[in-house]
Design a protein. Sequence first.
Length: 295
Amino acid sequence: MKSGFVSFVGRPNVGKSTLINRLVGIKLSIISDKAHTTRNVIKGIYNDDESQIVFVDTPGIHKPLNKLGQILNKGAYYSIDDVDIVCFIIDAKKKIGRGDRFILEKLNSIKKPVILIINKIDGLSNEDIFLKINEYKDEYNFKEIVPISALKGNNTSELIKVIKNYLPDSSKYFGEDMYTNKSLKFMVSEIVREKILNLTKEEVPHSTTCITEKMVKDKDKYIINVDIIVDRDSIKRIIIGKNGNMIKKIGILAREDIEKLLDSKVYLDLYVKTVKKWEDKESYLKDLEFTDFME
């Protein structure tokens, strides 16, 4: 039996969350076209008859501009240090840049296998993919280079085979029926945050936080209350929308995904609260699980 921890690292928006969802077979990490959507170190668990792979989805590594950025990077660096294999994911449709080289510099200090995953190959010719491989192979001594499409599922089964070659011999760390280490309350909160990011686009900053305050089973349905924490009244007004139209859309879309997650009917209430100071907001984040990396 082989088991181990595999970290996905890379710049924001290269498809780390989409890939972990694809490999595990269930939506664990939220997806948005906004950078830094993933703010938490989320473990997704893949099981088969001969192995268990614990995938660690991380925030995109970037040059931090504020305290939130510092926390996101700290979570990503932690995941590099505490795993058996590191997978560096890049966007096949973008040229290598300073952000990629910044991450490669960080990887130079680790002594564990690093696999390059070239994501988003759908729509590219074999020649384009070959050129991208050549672009990166001289930058770092990768153990393997695997081109894939996380969105389409192209070559993801081959990626699993490659990763298995570098797993240590070990018994399984988690039960075979587990697919994540995160609580259902956390996953509900993240679903609501995903809908906010996707519906409001650039109007709402990433400092917006969602916390599931109540989640109880009542006969044939779940009753769930989620607090949406913002730092400005102007953001609160955007999320609520004219005549409450935006918060209604957020609730409808979130409820659909939550019902799929829980396989049950859901009664969902959303409450938008303004917390203007980071120190006050930090008290709300105690239940959010990404505060594991706060000092």
